[in-house]
Design a protein around this ligand. Structure first.
Ligand code: ZN
Ligand code: ZN
Length: 416
């Protein structure tokens, strides 16, 4: 048992308030679904308080328990791993169709399944991917306002701070989460308004430039990323299809858009380890030809990475390119969080797999066929990995090949 008294944590309360007001931006009368690890109950209770103060209809938490997950891997019959809770995903999809907002709290041990039979893990993930397609579709289409925040789970904390005691590790991770989420500031909500304005200036500039491609070079990387036709840069606060302006990720430092699925060429190396389903994949090196990865290696976890690339046709192509300055607070913390919500905000990154259809002009009105026709990728996976560092330069290229500096030595070339 931990001795931390979360009820008295001012920062935890500020995080809950920020999540409801700025993150999910819950509207009066709107219902809210919260998914969270059971250990995060102190945060979920604070979220419920702030949600009801903001006029929530009904707040419904769904808790997951890592011990119950492990019990399945230890004792369940093989046929169990072919199953998923279709009824739960269908119910959630139903709720989103009637304008229920969504809040996800992350905080589980990133290595929870590291010791389990990879075949069972793969089978279970496949079943979940299939069963949750209706939910995933609504979230990637951005039907309703949603938000993800983090809880400093004890096992997760021990991964980030292996040399500290359980309690000290949890306190250290809590501090890192609070710092990155800007709730250590006096007025987190206006700090986020300011942060959103800065991200908006960057997306506006990139959208005005309307680059045809980005050229990443330096530090062993030489990669030309063609951008999708009618792509739109997004970042920070954005408007869901139900008209609500929310901040899906807290924290977030990135501006991102959709690359062209058939127009990426060159080679790139990862600059930080990728934590994927309990495996640490290090020193990824890939070559792209006409959008497809033709050659891939990694110094660690190569087997898992190659398997990931074989998930489906779209898994070898890009679905996202994102710009994050090397000086971002998460990058400067020097920590590896083993969690995409944090690690993707430490460096420029690319994602293999599914694109965001909202990253197109009038994206919410495009059909799946129209997204594909513009160069948007589709896949069952979306996996981000870091390619940025203090040594990376980026040029923007227009349709005739003229270049404009975007990043120099890991930072924005001009202050936006
Ligand atoms: Zn991203
Ligand atoms: Zn991503």
């Amino acid at each position: 048992m931990t001795k931390i008294n979360w009820d008295e944590s001012a920062e935890l309360d500020k995080l809950a308030e920020l999540s409801i007001k700025t993150g999910v931006a819950l509207q009066p009368g709107q219902d809210l679904i919260i998914t969270a690890p059971i250990e995060a109950a102190p945060l979920v209770r604070k979220l419920a308080q702030h949600a009801y103060k903001a006029g929530a209809g009904i707040v419904t938490p769904f808790y997951t328990d890592p011990e119950v997950v492990l019990a399945r891997y230890k004792h369940a019959d093989k046929t169990s791993f072919e199953k998923a809770t279709d009824w739960l995903f269908d119910g959630m999809a139903n709720a989103f169709d009637t304008n229920t907002a969504r809040l996800a709290v992350v905080g589980d041990d990133p290595m929870l399944l590291a010791e389990q039979n990879p075949e069972d893990v793969g089978q279970a993930n496949k079943a979940i991917s299939k069963a949750s397609s209706s939910v995933r579709e609504r979230i990637t289409r951005f039907d309703v306002n949603w938000n993800i925040i983090a809880w400093p789970g004890t096992q997760w904390a021990k991964r980030v701070f292996p040399d500290l005691s359980d309690e000290d590790a949890q306190i250290a991770l809590a501090d890192a989460i609070f710092e990155a989420s800007r709730v250590t500031m006096l007025d987190p909500i206006s700090a986020w308004d300011e942060h959103n304005n800065r991200l908006r200036r960057r997306t506006n500039w990139l959208n005005t430039q309307n680059f045809a491609a980005l050229h990443f070079y330096g530090d062993g990387t030489d990669l030309m990323v063609g951008l999708a036709q009618d792509h739109e840069w997004m970042g920070g606060a954005s408007v869901a299809r139900n008209g609500v302006t929310c901040n899906p990720n807290i924290p977030t430092e990135e501006v991102f858009t959709t690359p062209h699925a058939t127009n990426v060429n060159g080679h790139v190396k990862s600059t930080k380890p990728l934590s994927h389903q309990g495996t640490l994949i290090e020193d990824i090196s890939v070559t792209f030809k006409d959008g497809v990865i033709t050659d891939a290696s990694a110094s660690k976890g190569e087997e898992v990475f190659l398997k990931l690339l074989d998930t489906d046709e779209g898994a070898r192509r890009l679905g996202e390119v994102a710009l994050v300055p090397h000086g971002s607070p998460i990058s400067q913390s020097g920590l590896l969080f083993y969690n995409t919500l944090f690690d993707e905000n430490a460096a420029c990154h690319i994602a293999l797999g599914q694109c965001y259809s909202k990253c197109f002009k009038n994206g919410s009105e495009l059909s799946q066929e129209e997204v594909v026709a513009r160069g948007g990728n589709s896949s069952m996976i979306h996996v981000d990995w870091m390619i940025g560092s203090g040594a990376i330069n980026i040029d923007g290229l227009d349709a005739t090949g003229n270049t404009t500096p975007v990043f120099r030595n890991g930072e924005w070339d001009s202050e936006l």
